[in-house]
Design a protein around this ligand. Structure first.
Ligand SMILES: *Cc1c(COP(=O)(O)O)cnc(C)c1O
Length: 405
């Protein structure tokens, strides 16, 4: 299938290119010593991860440890409440640890093991990526250093406890505002000293090449499974596919299964409290081209051109940019990007819980809210939503801030 001059039949062969570019986005804007480290990972990725031994072992892990394939559920009561449309969810909430993040963490940690590394390093903001990586490290017997800002350590006590129970070292970062950005800087700095013995494991389709490609490929299991399952359930493709976009990994995994199909694809960004800079994290909607954290993409900037402060009720969506492949698909028009605010996401959180017995992560609730809105507009056909995670982690905060709805 062609779209704006791009042939999607051969898309994954051509994007990213050799230097890690999706059109003008992506690349690797890093120091010389990290360039060597990235070249080593890229080389290992193309040899090790494409080998049948690696693929076979990862498949077995997905089946026996992660609980894959995750099912697709038909949302009967929600669909009936709207009318003549069918809504479905891909249940990444049923993945071990309760979200899609383990899909790429198991891949990255397995690669570390094959490369003979002893340790994995990462940063974490809300702690979700740290927990998933600590889980993978425990599984493979790797050391695990997680860099986390002091402010986030205080805010995310349960996830800090989980990481410690799983045997990870949580390293406090006290510099600057002591949140995600400082944690990324500290983790990269440590990595550039230690890269011979460890690999950096990025939490989304972000960072320098080869990470956006690698994380997409590990996450594409979501879209590949979903496409097959949907066809065997209904006999056809969905009319539309929807996923929430923070850094962009659950969405890229889902979209990868459908880019070459006549399916409308929607990425949903968080509009937070509103359209003013600082009140949202809708980088593709309101941002402009720029380089941060080692890659070129579309980002939200302050007056100095630095990454702007962002906000969303969903801490997993709270990032001032998105992966370079999203920026590319955005400009190309193959994926439509739109926004959902806090209020509508919270309503969807309760709607899915009440009507279907599924408590969604507040991140995923953005996709659910958009899927409902889209289904109402379409008035017919089918919509498949990626339910990136479960909402247990969000319950206390939502009840405290919004009450029971
Ligand atoms: C981290 C997270 C996200 C956002 O990350 P992406 O890389 O955009 O997928 C979405 N949903 C859940 C449940 C998460 O934990």
């Amino acid at each position: 299938m062609q779209h704006n001059g791009i042939e999607f039949n051969t898309y994954f062969k051509n994007f990213p290119d050799q230097n890690g570019y999706f059109g003008k986005y992506g690349g690797a804007y890093i120091s010389e010593d990290l360039k060597n480290a990235m070249a080593e990972i890229t080389e290992a990725y193309f040899t090790i991860c494409k080998s049948s031994k690696f693929i076979g072992e990862l498949r077995k892990i997905r089946r026996e440890f992660q609980g894959r394939p995750t099912p697709i559920s038909y949302l009967e009561r929600l669909s009936n409440s709207i009318g003549n449309v069918q809504l479905y969810v891909k249940r990444e909430d049923l993945n071990h640890t309760g979200a899609h993040k383990l899909n790429h963490c198991m891949g990255e940690a397995l690669l570390a093991k094959y490369m003979g590394k002893k340790k994995v390093i990462a940063e974490t903001g809300a702690g979700q990526h740290g927990v998933a990586l600590a889980t993978a490290a425990a599984y493979f017997g790797l050391e695990c250093d997680i860099y986390m800002g002091s402010v986030d350590i205080k805010k995310q006590a349960p996830n800090v406890a989980r990481m410690k129970i799983l045997g990870a070292n949580v390293i406090e970062v006290k510099e600057g505002l002591a949140t995600l950005k400082e944690a990324v800087d500290a983790a990269f700095k440590a990595y550039s000293k230690e890269y011979k013995d460890c690999i950096y494991c990025i939490g989304s389709v972000l960072g320098p090449h080869p990470f956006p490609m690698m994380v997409r490929d590990f996450q594409s299991v979501v879209g590949i499974e979903a496409r097959e399952q949907f066809i065997s359930m209904t006999g056809e493709l969905p009319d539309a596919v929807v996923a929430c976009v923070g850094g962009g990994s659950n969405s890229m995994g889902m979209f990868a299964g459908f880019l070459n199909d006549p399916v409308d694809i929607y990425g949903v960004e968080p509009l937070g409290r509103g359209t003013k800079l600082g009140d949202h994290a809708a980088s593709l909607k309101f941002g402009s081209e720029g380089i941060m954290h080692g890659f070129n993409s579309i980002m939200l900037k302050d007056e100095q051109g630095e990454p702007a402060p962002v906000y969303s009720v969903a801490s997993g969506l709270d990032y001032p940019s998105s992966g370079p492949e999203h920026a590319f698909l955005h400009d190309l028009g193959r994926v439509k990007y739109d926004v959902v605010n806090d209020e509508d996401a919270v309503n969807a959180f309760f709607t899915l819980s009440r009507l279907e017995g599924i408590i969604p992560a507040i991140e995923s609730s953005h996709a659910v809210a958009y899927g409902i809105k889209l289904a109402k507009e379409l008035g017919k056909g089918s919509v498949l939503i990626n339910l990136s995670g479960r909402g247990d982690k969000d319950m206390d905060y939502i009840i405290e801030k919004y009450g029971i709805r």
